[in-house]
Design a protein around this ligand. Sequence first.
Ligand code: 26W
Length: 825
Amino acid sequence: MPQKPIAYDVPTPELRAATAESIQAEILARLIYSIGKDPIVARPHDWLAATIMTVRDHVMDRWMESSRETWRTSHKRVYYLSLEFLIGRLMRDAMSNVGLMEPVREALKNLNVDLGDLINLEPDAALGNGGLGRLAACFLESMSTLKIPAYGYGIRYVHGLFRQEMSEGWQVELPEEWLAHGNPWEFERRESAYEVGFGGHVESVTDPDGEVRQEWRPNDHLMAVAFDTPIVGWRGARVNTLRLWSAQPIDPILLDKFNAGDHIGALEESAKAEAITRVLYPADSTAAGQELRLRQEFFFSSASLQDIVRRHLQQYGDLGSLADKVAVQLNDTHPAISIAELMRILVDENGLKWDEAWKLTKGTFGYTNHTLLPEALESWPVFLLERLLPRHMQIVYQINADVLADARDRANFSDAQIANVSLIDEAGGRRVRMGQLAFVGSHSINGVSALHTQLMKQTVFSDLHKLYPDRINNKTNGITPRRWLMQCNPGLTQLIADTIGPAFLDDIDRLKDLDGFAEDAGFQARFAQVKLENKRKLAQLIQDRLGIKVSPDAMFDVQIKRIHEYKRQLLNIIHAVAMYDEIRAHPERDWVPRVKIFAGKAAPGYWNAKLIIKLINDVAKVINNDPAVRGLLKVVFLPNYNVSLAEVIVPAADLSEQISTAGMEASGTGNMKFMANGAITIGTMDGANVEMHEEVGADNIVIFGMTAQEVEDMRAERTTPKQMIDASPRLHEVLETIATGVFSPDDPDRYRDLIGGLYEHDWFMVTRDFDAYAKAQNEVDAIWRDKTQWNAMAIRNTARVGFFSSDRTIGQYAQDIWGVTVPSR
Ligand code: 26W
């Protein structure tokens, strides 16, 4: 049937007008007609669903118009491929971005429902582990804000990151159930479904014109079904789509088995298919190496690429313009198999010549690296790829042959260098290195902070960088100021608007105007008052969840992030023990009262990380209950860290702990959130701390410890730290206290090996940096005692955070990597 041309040129709809009255009517209509509930019996979840649907309705016209506009203007599209999107709650974000907060609050109040309660009822979508997933979420919001036609592609996990509970101070993992009450944000698109294959073999077929093609004949097939979520930018600038794939069987029931009476067997296929998108892998720094993970990676890569190519062909009719109209960004190597998949689609399915396909592929892909930790670099055994994706393995070999030829002929590489750039790791069982694949298949490879990018060039990718020297570039991370300032800290946002006017809401660099108020006594008092209010709320939450009383007048010293040895929560808790000893030894001194607040999840298989959580809880129990401490020090571990909890903790922080071993944290993004909310950072010269130091100025941040270069040199020396520990009586005593079971009388040896590791190799330089850290903490105390100085520093942190907006980061990706012009706002 001939299709009627679609009219794309309808005018941009205004955001729908809304008053408390109109919203109230809309919520009631949704409750009755969409949820099917009488208001007099409606439960909180019914009100939540009705409210979300109402907010959603106000986003719909813009969503459709955004998509129509891209068809109309033929602007280049950006596709952000990520195995993780740590988006958290969406309702407040959407309401705030389309200016509905107050009308919705009013409307609900008239219906006897509290908006705050509903906000807290919304499940926190934890489809990610940590920094990489949260970055993807901030990027989506910024791409909408900057009006870039963009899509996020990922997996609709049924279970997000596990829920963390404490059992006697140990982490226990429970399944997460964000979809238990349904998800009013998503739209299932049964018509956007693609077949994804696995296994089978490759056949050479000769076309009628004599051309020989390779054809992959998979023996397993399943469907990828799209679920779309609208992502609205600031002031509704644009609404982009987050498209998450769900795996479903092609035949839900195997009829022949069913009819033969094998009712369970009839469902086998279905269970096997659905397993692929059932659960998020909870490790954020070690490659799992499991077949199911590779299946997840290929599944979402293949579905996304098929969707992208289908859309491109629909609009442009041929693939020659692919790299001009499509940019695909790979969020780490997790979607790197996409490179081979696009080659297969272009060459095998669309008959392009290899060289042209390779040019289009490189022109299309960009790759962002997020870690250089060796255990986190993905590689897959050749035999596994051969079995699961035989055609892709062939393609990888063919790409590799070209790369190795380049290395030999063009660059005159030594054998060692050739081995370094090879896509195949030959040492101990042949494996395909996904970092190398992502690198050679992309025109841009970026790091996420200046230091990290420099280390990429010097370490993991040094030889590839020599071979392709114009590809590596830096894009320092950022965070969205909407969620991480305006929404999570309305008090501070209001104060800033009252002080410098509201222009910063649309142009974050205007925060600089606050600099002039840093020393203003009146402003300082108001700034401190907002902080105090936020601290009261957090103190209440700590009381409610843990039964621990903390004073909002004490310094809130916060370290919240995944638990990992390189992030050095251990250094922080050892310092707490040192403080504890000193307070008891010198009760007469003028101690600064502190609350050390920790939160974070450990990968379920990471023993030392779990042990560190237990240590924090063991230390907390002793310190919090010792009357000799007189409340001068408290230690708190808040369970189940997630985006929503961060939104409460970050605005209440005085001190931000960013104390990773230099050279190991690629960027860090929590550091930026604290900065925005007026906390002072104590940190090492690592990741984006380096740029923070630059932006905020040396006087407004407390830097300590070894540099990345010093860490490298020290490791090369291979000296044991024992002598050094013995030379520092204070450290020695603390370590002995922990190692001999003072905090673990029920199991005195619990921490013997953990502390023993510090004496033997201390890979993460905990003992080597201890004295510098303790000294820096004393400086922090001294600043705290001078409230005027503290407040001035805190204000300057907020004033100078503009650079760390993800709008800046995305602007740079758009310009340098994607070749997309950002329409003026
Ligand atoms: C294959 C297992 C696995 C899973 C996830 C390995 C590595 C990862 C991520 C790359 C870990 C991660 O989240 N990295 C963090 O990325 C943030 C955003 O760029 C940075 O700010 C953090 O420094 C970096 O640790």
